[in-house]
Write a protein that binds this ligand. Structure first.
Ligand code: GDG
Length: 735
């Protein structure tokens, strides 16, 4: 029975060893809750780091640890001291975390840490591979494990792999600075489905994929090797009922039963009439904008002094990554700021900021949420931010106001919050005032709408939606009728070729026999290719034809002295073995002078593009241009051209990174048909990579073997991944 395998940096249980006793404690985090139903299903397992260092695990306790975790359906990945230092505190938290949160000044690029990141990702992948079988569904979480999908997919292609990034995905301009950008993207693209919290992160990722890897993207589907990788946004929710129920219990509790913290909070309220609490909760992380928030609060107190002695900011900062220098600096800065402001503003009865640097139990968290009239959640950058959602879920009386930074992913869906730019102190302080003075009815109407959505789109729903989408991705991947030409099928084709009596091979050139070069003139045949083509050409009863959009002059120069048959200019010129060139059609090229200026204007406004003038066609090449701009311009150019050429027997070909205008009375398909006229072949194979080759695939007899290079929409029967695979197939024919 297929399994669900969850993979995350940390396991959902915390393990401690006390002498010989092994203690496990379930984690209460959002991820553990969200994945509960996925993990509960069938024979699911969770793979991750237990928090113990390899050095803590001895031959005596290792079995017990393993068995204790096994009971929880968890499989540990062992990390050494060195891994924790370089992979976790190093690369994950000093490189990826700051870079993806736009803190480039905090980002370090250290090659040793990158090596460690790769090694630890391999460790995770190895444990996954030991535990997975074909048909299993694997869900990998977050920025620490971005290489894991590819490492699994390479070895186990028949698994379904999902990846969810919990932090922002930065814009291309930020991501491009990352030295190992290609490797990281390839790592992620090992997935079948990649999920982000918001559409913005999704589009930034797609932009990086297009610009850095030059891959083709249709809406949210990336054509990657022989697969489709789907990208989508899944905004993570919370366990609404858990927070809502806890808040109701808190509300109904007797004053004597209340916690010490709750009693202090109550005292504050009773001390002055109109006293209000503003709450902030975060891990102590520079992305959360804590010093900024404190300064903005100071600005507010100076701007609206009437709130002194009435309003208190209660700030919970949970210790986090305290070994990393930036976090140490942040702690110092926060301590100093709180000290300075409290020193400056405090009176005998009032301190403006209550600051807790610790983690608190869940019940106290509820005390804070339910007691605060305002929640001030103002990160400088945040993937989602669940605290904002939890605050809303605890407001059982429909009161309270959420102030939320527009830099948090949550702002994309919590429109009824007061959304602010945390860097704008005027707006910041005015919004605090607005929140403190907001009429009850408005509070209720905003809370109601916010709660409605949170109640519906819970964390469980989030994981269900992701899993459903992952399964659906696999189905849509299978709907294509084109199959990869490998192993058995490939050998069958070779057999068919060998047992045939008269064979014909049509080969496109660019993108089929050679990879693309920035300058098309530099793509001349290499020695290996000549040797291969010569070997095929020498096989008895075999006709080799190169069919290209290239001009006759270029092919004449490149293949001088060779006896292969050639078709050039998309079929205008044909040269049969040992015969001179003949024109397949008499064509005019007077139209060119009208089209040329249009192409020139597109060259002017699309840097990196150029025009290739052929005798009977004009080509606008954009392979060196920015991928996104080129995509936009291609649509524009196609629209302009198709409206102009309709009466002129011309057609526009949208090729592989090229738009070509040529006479519509010729194409590769017509040329191949003409070539075959009055000849008998019992094995025909055609290989090509772009739109212009589709004419060939469509017009050849049904019995022909047609092969597309690259995984794109095609009417060919098979596909191969690259010119390298084409060459390998051809060389099998010669053996
Ligand atoms: C990453 C992304 C994204 C906090 N203090 C205490 C405590 N908490 C709980 C909160 C909340 C969670 O921790 C914090 O969640 P966030 O979403 O705010 O932040 P990150 O930890 O940075 O998480 C983030 C998230 O992943 C999910 O995808 O939203 O953007 O950075 O649940 O309640 N819980 C208890 N005591 C505390 O002192 N019990």
């Amino acid at each position: 029975m297929p399994k669900n395998i969850i993979v995350s940096n940390r396991l959902p249980v915390q393990i401690t060893i006390d002498k010989d006793a092994i203690n496990l404690k379930g984690s209460v985090g959002g991820l553990a809750t969200g994945m509960k139903s996925v993990h509960a299903e069938g024979n699911s397992i969770w793979i991750g780091w237990s928090g113990l260092k390899e050095e803590d695990v001895t031959p005596e306790n290792s079995i017990n640890i393993f068995n204790a975790l096994k009971k929880e359906k968890c499989v540990p990945v062992a990390l050494t001291d060195d891994d924790v230092e370089n992979f976790y505190l190093g690369f994950s938290n000093k490189t990826l975390w700051p870079l993806f949160h736009y803190f480039t000044e905090y980002t370090t690029f250290d090659n040793n840490q990158w090596i460690s990141y790769k090694e630890v990702n391999e460790k995770f992948a190895e444990i996954v591979l030991e535990n997975c079988e074909d048909g299993d569904t694997i869900w990998v979480h977050d920025y620490q494990l971005l290489l894991v999908p590819q490492l699994i997919k390479e070895k186990k292609p028949a698994t379904k792999i999902g990846l969810f990034l919990h932090i922002p995905y930065p814009s291309f301009e930020i991501f491009r600075t990352f030295p190992w950008r290609e490797q990281l993207l390839h790592g992620m693209l090992g997935s079948d489905l990649i999920g982000f919290h918001t559409y913005d992160y999704e589009r930034h990722f797609i932009s990086s994929v297009k610009r850095i890897l030059g891959l083709e993207v249709n809406f949210n589907e990336i054509l990657y090797e022989d697969r489709i990788v789907k990208v989508d946004s899944f905004p993570m929710g919370i366990d609404y009922e858990k927070f809502n129920t806890a808040a109701k219990l808190n509300e109904d509790s007797n004053p004597e039963e209340r916690s010490d913290l709750q009693k202090r909070l109550d005292e504050h309220k009773q001390s002055t009439s109109g006293a209000k609490l503003i709450l902030s909760i975060d891990r102590l992380d520079y992305t959360k904008g804590i010093p900024n928030r404190i300064r903005a609060f100071e600005y507010f107190l100076n701007r609206y002094p009437e709130y002194k002695e009435k309003v208190r900011l209660i700030m919970l900062a949970v210790p986090s990554r305290s070994n990393v220098p930036q976090y140490k600096k942040l702690k110092r800065e926060t301590d100093e700021l709180v000290g300075r402001i409290n020193g400056e503003f405090s009176t005998v009865n009032w301190t403006p900021i209550w600051y807790f640097y610790r983690s608190i139990p869940f019940d106290n968290l509820i005390d804070l949420y339910t007691s605060a009239e305002v929640a001030l959640i103002t990160p400088l950058r945040d993937g989602m931010n669940l605290v904002a959602k939890e605050y809303v879920a605890t407001r059982v009386n429909l009161d309270g106001v959420l102030i939320l930074s527009e830099m948090a992913g949550a702002a994309k869906e919590m429109h009824e919050a007061l959304i602010i730019n945390p860097n704008n102190f005027e707006e910041f302080s005015d919004t605090i005032k607005e929140a403190l003075e907001m009429p009850k009815e408005e509070q209720a109407s905003r809370m109601k709408s916010l709660q409605k959505r949170l109640k519906r789109y819970t964390v469980e729903k989030w994981s269900d939606e992701f899993m459903k989408s992952l399964v659906a991705t696999q189905k849509s991947n299978k709907t294509t009728s084109v199959v990869p030409l490998k192993e058995t099928l490939l050998n069958k084709e070779v057999e068919k070729f060998k047992s045939a009596k008269n064979r014909l091979i049509f080969l496109d050139y660019d993108g089929t026999l050679v990879g693309f070069k920035d300058d098309p003139q530099k793509a001349s045949p290499d020695e290996e290719l000549f040797a291969l083509l010569d070997a095929i050409n020498e096989i008895p009863n075999t006709t080799l034809v190169l069919v290209s959009g290239r001009d006759k002059e270029t092919f004449n120069r490149w293949f001088k002295g060779k006896t292969y048959s050639l078709i050039t200019d998309h079929g205008i010129w044909m040269k049969q073995k040992n015969v001179d060139w003949e024109a397949a059609a008499i064509l005019k090229n007077t139209w060119m002078e009208n089209i040329h200026p249009i192409l020139e204007s597109f060259v002017d406004n699309t840097p990196g593009t150029f025009i290739e003038e052929k005798k009977y066609s004009l080509a606008w090449h954009y392979r060196k241009a920015d991928a996104e701009l080129a995509q936009k311009r291609t649509i524009e150019l196609n629209t302009v051209l198709t409206s102009l050429i309709s009466n002129h027997e011309l057609s526009v070909l949208l090729g592989n990174k090229v738009v070509e205008i040529k006479s519509s009375s010729i194409d590769k398909g017509k040329a191949c048909t003409k070539f075959m006229l009055n000849k008998e072949f019992d094995y025909v194979v055609a290989i090509g990579d772009d739109y212009t080759d589709e004419y060939m695939f469509e017009e050849l007899p049904d019995t022909a073997t047609t092969i597309k290079v690259g995984f794109m929409k095609t009417s060919a029967k098979y596909f191969v991944k690259s010119p390298k695979e084409v060459r390998s197939f051809l060389s099998k024919l010669t053996q």
